[in-house]
Design a binder for this molecule. Structure first.
Ligand code: HEC
Length: 330
């Protein structure tokens, strides 16, 4: 499905690393020419400065604030990472980040952001990250209208069956197929990236038009055949505004190499895939570094994927990257 082979080659990075190493070499030479005692002091001071820089970096990345005095004085700030990942600040920060990755930002109403509230809940309760996508919860506007409540609900499917999310991605397909929601599901879980075709005036936008060239590759033929995914989702009632939905009657679809009967089996299959773990770790890198991972980081990337596979929480995945020595030297 989705491979990592298209990771950008970062030629520039080597040059940057070399440039960083030069002042260190220069200061090493300077130290050698000093008296013995001065050299030891210098090394101590360098170490203190490095761990202070590390403390600042970790506090900003994980909690969005400057490092407190205890962390600055800590000779091993990376040892404090687990504690920080258990803080409400981290839950809030990662949930906001994911909300903007999945939705392009918050909505205008604070009671309309199920991704943010469910992600925060999943992190704060130390649940497997997959619960954000498949957990049996409802996410509904709180009584005060200023936030959302998460509650156990056997009919829940992560945020995908919440009224807010369905309304947001219902789309305008003439029969009511939720093509927009299908695309969001694939992009949030497996990292699918597509630029929808704008088409030409007079194009047949119905299923008949979409099943002809050049539309059919995205809509019917490729592994991410959007129209087939949409047949597993509820249907938007035509011309309903605000949108209302009816259950799908299309029956099972051949997708992702198997027969899939409903939206729950679909999301479960996606969440069980390598593509899901890769994509969640891509997000982890983006959260910590503000950019995608590069080739030199494949070992840390794999550690992230392994942590997610074995320990399940997003905290474990973030820890695998943030605790690596490379997070503090770059
Ligand atoms: C490169 C892949 C790609 C191709 C080719 C493509 N589409 Fe799409 N199409 C998409 C994606 C992705 C979406 C979902 C966009 C979104 O997020 O709303 C979409 C959505 C749609 C929708 C639903 C819009 C809505 O508001 O619900 C229609 C209708 C549609 N496409 C028709 C067509 C037609 C007709 C063609 C050929 C002329 C075509 N598409 C070709 C990717 C593609």
């Amino acid at each position: 499905m989705v491979s990592r082979s298209h990771r950008p080659l970062r030629r520039g990075l080597r040059i940057t690393l070399l440039a960083l190493a030069l002042p260190t070499i220069a200061s090493g030479i300077a130290l050698l020419t000093n008296a013995k005692g001065a050299r030891a002091d210098g090394a101590e001071a360098d170490k203190a400065e490095a761990s202070e820089r590390c403390a600042i970096r970790i506090a900003i990345a994980l909690q969005g604030r400057s490092a407190d005095a205890a962390l600055v004085a800590n000779p091993d700030p990376q040892g404090a990472i687990d504690g920080m990942l258990a803080s409400p600040e981290f839950a809030d920060r990662y949930a906001s980040f994911i909300n903007s990755e999945f939705n392009g930002g918050p909505t205008t109403a604070a009671s309309d952001d199920p991704v943010y509230y469910l992600a925060k809940f999943v992190i704060a309760q130390n649940k497997p990250w997959s619960e954000l996508f498949i957990g049996a919860y409802s996410v509904t506007a709180a009584a005060d209208g200023k936030s959302m409540d998460v509650a156990a609900d056997a009919k829940g499917l992560g945020y995908f069956r919440t009224a807010s999310w369905m309304k947001r991605y219902a789309g305008n397909e003439p029969m009511g197929y939720m093509l927009s929601a299908s695309f969001r599901i694939l992009s949030n879980t497996a990292g699918l990236m597509l630029t929808p075709s704008v088409g030409n005036p007079g194009d047949d936008r119905t299923a008949t038009g979409r099943s002809a060239s050049p539309c059919k590759s995205c809509h019917f033929d490729d592994w991410y055949a959007l129209d087939k995914f949409a047949r597993l989702l509820p249907m938007k009632k035509v011309a309903s505004d605000p949108p209302t939905f009816t259950p799908t009657t299309a029956g099972p679809q051949q997708l992702l190499g198997k027969t899939i009967t409903d939206d729950k089996e679909l999301i479960q299959t996606l969440v069980d895939s390598d593509a899901w773990r890769f994509n969640q770790c891509r997000n982890v890198f983006k959260f910590l570094y503000g950019r995608s991972e590069n080739q030199c980081e494949s070992k840390v990337f794999d550690a992230c994927v392994d942590a997610l596979a074995s320990q399940k929480t997003i905290q474990s995945a973030v820890a695998a990257v943030a605790k690596d020595a490379s997070f503090c030297v770059k």
